[in-house]
Structures are given as C-alpha cells and as structure tokens.
Design a protein around this ligand. Structure first.
Ligand SMILES: [Fe+2]
Length: 282
C-alpha cells in the first residue's frame, strides 16, 4: 500500500495519489497539514461521549430516516452478506444535524479541514481519470461532492471485547468485511491497529498504522461512477488479542449530492437507501 508525503504538494503528488488509488483502492497520506495532536484531542473528546451511560447517549439516538445521531451497539450494523452485528457503537454527525454540544466545536473544526482536503483529493482523482471516462461524467468528481449534505462525520467506537457477551463476539468482527458506500473515505490517525484491506489477489493485509497519517480509500459510489477505474475494496476491523483494548476512529465519508447519477440504475440517493436497508440500519 502506497504511503505518500503530502508536504511535497507538487503535480507529481496528485498523479502519484491517483495512480495509487487506481491500483489498490487504499492510500496512506502523511504530512497532510492536519496535526496528530488535533486528532488525538478529537478522539479523547468523543471518548467522553461514548463513556456515558446508555440513557444519556440515548438522548442523541439516531433518527431512522436521516440516520443522524447515536447508533447503539444493540443496533450497530450488519455487513452485507453477514448475520452478526459489528462490535461497535457509532455516532453519525451531519452538518446542521444533531451533535452533542461538548463535541460540536472540535468536530466542526476537523470536519471543515477534512472537507477541504477531500475536495483537493477528488480534484486530483478527476484530473487523472482516462479521457473516455471523464467525458461521460455530468460534472467533475469534486463538484459532485461540493456542499453535499450527505457527507458524513462518522465516529466509530469499538468498546473492549470483554464488555460484549460471548454470543455477541462469537463469529463477529469489530467491523465485518465491507466496502464503503460513498465516494472516498478519510480515516485520520486511528487509535490502534486492526484495519485490514483485501488486495486484488484476495489476501487480507494490515493497513499501515502510522502516526500523523490519514488513510484514504475509495468507496462503491466512486467505483460505480468511474467504471471501476478507482476500485472499491473490501476491508474490516478485526478483533484484537487484548480483550481490554478499546479503539476509536473517525471515518469522514464523502458523499455526492443525492441527485447525482451514478449509473443507468442508480442515483446517489437510491443507492444509499438500498445499502442502508441491506445493513439493517433502516
Ligand atoms: Fe469502511
């Protein structure tokens, strides 16, 4: 998996990034300008939310129509094609929708910076699309995502394994094998290892866990819209060997506006609704 230092910021960086995503669907970026200390503050702030009693968290319970808000472990998600729920709790924060007041300021700060970075990355991906794919697009990839209310700040909290029942843990993963729904996902500085991606030859490979880095992966919407030029690969978060270890990660999921056409059969809206039903969130 390619590791790219963003501090060079030359046209070579853009090309290198697009080629790496084309080849493996995952890229690790370092020196992005988003400091590790800021991400660590974000994570410790959100841990305070997840450490609260269920009754307190449930005052932010998710809305079934918008899926904004807190999704408890009793709902969690079930990856497409699997039966066991993931071993996690989730908070979906959309701009302008429900957010715990103590977490809002720091989340908005990071959200805006990730939004800027994602616009730059999508611009690079568009620039290096083959001409025959580019001409079929109604608008550039970065413009599809511009001001999209569907772009999602998604905090994943994986509690220690020993807080789950044996039945819940048996045959389950922290996040079972899945492909992301959206255009691209930005994963800054996760708090521990455990993320694995499936390579083209079908092998599970650990995604490099590096300080001061952001992992970028392409999602199904990008793959669909670019006819798999930027492929969307399966990935998962495996159970750790230490049953006391917790994990927290922010997945910043960049979505197109819902009216954007993805294929002959799908708009971004119809595809998203189908996937949420498959994941038993709706
Ligand atoms: Fe994912």
């Amino acid at each position: 998996m390619k590791v790219i230092n963003m501090s060079n910021n030359s046209s070579d960086t853009a090309k290198e990034f697009a080629q790496a995503l084309h080849q493996s669907g995952f890229v690790v970026l370092t020196e992005t300008g988003i400091e590790q200390s800021d991400i660590e503050s974000l994570y410790s702030n959100w841990l305070n939310f997840f450490y609260q009693a269920d009754d307190s968290k449930k005052s932010f319970l998710y809305n079934k129509d918008t899926v904004a808000g807190f999704i408890p472990r009793t709902v969690s998600e079930t990856a497409k094609g699997f039966t066991k729920k993931d071993l996690k709790e989730i908070y979906h924060y959309y701009d302008g929708k429900i957010c715990p007041p103590e977490q809002k300021e720091i989340s908005d700060n990071i959200r805006l910076r990730l939004l800027d970075l994602s616009a730059k990355l999508l611009g690079w991906l568009h620039e290096y699309l083959p001409q025959e794919i580019k001409t079929e697009l109604e608008e550039p990839l970065d413009s599809m995502a511009k001001d999209s209310p569907q772009t999602l700040f998604r905090m994943n909290y994986y509690p220690p394994l020993d807080s789950f029942s044996d039945d819940a843990k048996s045959g389950a993963q922290r996040a079972e094998s899945h492909a992301d729904i959206n255009l691209i996902t930005l994963l800054p500085n996760v708090s521990s290892a455990g993320l694995e991606a499936k390579t083209r030859d079908g092998k599970w490979t650990p995604v490099p866990y590096m300080p001061n880095s952001i992992v970028i992966n392409s999602g199904d919407m990008l793959a669909m819209r670019t006819k798999d030029f930027y492929p969307s690969f399966y990935h998962r978060v495996i159970q750790p060997s230490n049953s006391h270890e917790e994990r927290i990660s922010l997945a910043f999921c960049v979505h197109p506006k819902e009216e954007c056409k993805l294929s002959e059969h799908h708009t971004a809206h119809s595809f998203l609704q189908e996937r949420y039903r498959e994941m038993k969130v709706k």
